[in-house]
Design a protein around this ligand. Structure first.
Ligand SMILES: Cc1cc2nc3c(=O)[nH]c(=O)nc-3n(C[C@H](O)[C@H](O)[C@H](O)COP(=O)(O)OP(=O)(O)OC[C@H]3O[C@@H](n4cnc5c(N)ncnc54)[C@H](O)[C@@H]3O)c2cc1C
Length: 389
């Protein structure tokens, strides 16, 4: 067991940190205030190789291992969760799915442009009536002579207003339930495809979030990603990798909370001494450090298993559950350390709290992670109260 990062991994972390300081931090507050999705920043993330980093070099990725990818997500997540969401969606949910399930033609067509940031993609699984119960989709794909006709609604889709291609999960035969699901690569310029921005989010304000509507959108057979009936597997494999990057991003939030709190506690004086002299303030900092370190270890364990090609469903859910809940708790504590100053956006900690809050919801809620962990441990699924295991 080696707790040291390799020289290459250290370099990746340094490069990601420098990028975040140079390109993200100067604009993060204004983007958050304006609720502006920063398309230019998304392109820069692509130019520097942070979109699709684990994708093979022959398809335009960097061929990085998962530890390296996690370090990128952590550093970008520390600076701005909205930018980290672009990294996660583009890399794990979209490019990763195309690399794993796509035909050679689909890979050649989409991966280089997705990895460079020239094109954005989105992942359309959730629907207005279908969230955690992802097998129960209402969007329908009907076979036609020339391919498929897709109709339905998708809800809460990150990057949906800017994406050039959408992974759309749809039911081909309701009788087959989750075995009837299929995933399609749908160009968003297709006739009958519309996207609408969702406003008023608590946090992640500079991340684009859309409601998608598909009204008899026609695609060819070559739009299928994987086979008919593979849709559920495509979604679950994408989420297993997406959860890892969300967890890594949350380690970044915890780290940001720790660093901002230490600096503030050493600088700010009350009762004639720095806040850091008070044991109760040190306790808050120690609690944050504990959560940060434990989260980081869990993320590294999941990343190592991924790099070794070993099963990691439980370990990834453990990391996602713990790191996301820790990010919320650390951000809450960090605001406490900063006092009133923590309540306004002169410091990053109030944004950390607003941005961390969604991470316990998307890519599987905390309750769903617990149900996955419990099912893996007992062999019995409790997703449905009366489900046969
Ligand atoms: C900002 C944002 C971005 C998003 N981006 C995307 C995206 O890019 N692509 C995409 O497809 N989706 C995306 N989502 C959707 C997200 O994945 C869902 O919101 C999430 O899966 C939860 O689904 P839901 O909102 O329908 O909640 P529900 O499933 O209705 O859950 C509501 C509550 O009930 C609990 N619950 C549900 N079922 C059970 C159960 N069996 N046992 C115990 N508790 C249960 C949940 O844990 C939760 O607390 C995004 C969401 C947000 C807010």
């Amino acid at each position: 067991m080696d707790f040291q990062l390799s020289d290459e991994q250290k370099l990746i972390r340094e490069t990601a940190r420098e990028f975040a300081e140079r390109e993200i931090l100067p604009r993060v507050r204004e983007n958050d205030r304006a609720g502006r999705f920063d398309r230019e920043l998304a392109s820069k993330l692509g130019e520097v190789g942070f979109l699709g980093a684990p994708v093979a070099e022959e398809y335009g990725g960097r061929g990085l291992d998962y530890i390296g990818y996690g370090l990128i997500a952590e550093e970008i997540g520390r600076a701005d969760s909205s930018a980290r969401t672009v990294v996660s969606v583009q890399t794990s949910l979209v490019a990763g799915s195309i690399e794993k399930w796509g035909s050679e033609e689909q890979k050649q067509k989409w991966l280089p442009r997705l990895c460079s940031g020239e094109a954005l993609g989105c992942f359309g699984l959730t629907e207005p009536d279908t969230g955690s119960d992802a097998a129960n989709l209402r969007t329908r794909a009907t076979k036609t002579d020339s391919g498929w006709s897709i109709s339905g609604q998708k809800m809460w889709i990150s990057l949906g207003n800017f994406a050039e291609v959408a992974l759309i999960f749809a039911q081909t035969d309701p009788v087959l339930k989750h075995r009837g699901l299929a995933c399609f690569l749908v160009p968003t310029a297709s006739e009958g495809f519309t996207a609408q921005e969702i406003h008023g989010k608590l946090g992640l304000r500079s991340s684009d979030t859309a409601e998608l509507s598909l009204d008899a959108v026609e695609v060819g057979d070559d739009a299928l990603l994987g086979g008919v009936g593979d849709g559920f597997k495509v979604a679950m494999s994408a989420l297993e990798n997406g959860r890892y990057s969300v967890a890594a991003g949350c380690v970044g939030i915890c780290e940001g909370c720790v660093q901002s709190s230490i600096e503030y506690a050493k600088e700010r004086k009350q009762f004639g001494v720095p806040l850091a002299r008070f044991q109760l303030v040190q306790e808050m900092i120690a609690d944050m450090i504990l959560k940060r370190d434990a989260s980081r270890m869990m993320v590294l364990r999941a990343g190592l298993l991924k790099d070794e090609g070993k099963p990691n469903l439980t370990e990834t859910s453990v990391a996602k559950l713990y790191a996301t809940e820790s990010a919320v708790e650390c951000a809450n504590l960090a605001i406490q350390v900063h006092g009133g100053s923590g309540y306004v956006d002169d410091y990053p900690v109030e944004r950390y709290l607003r941005d961390a809050r969604v991470t316990t919801l998307y890519e599987g809620t905390s309750q769903i992670q617990k149900l996955i962990i419990g099912r893996q441990a007992t062999g019995i699924s409790a997703m449905l109260p009366f489900e046969e295991s």
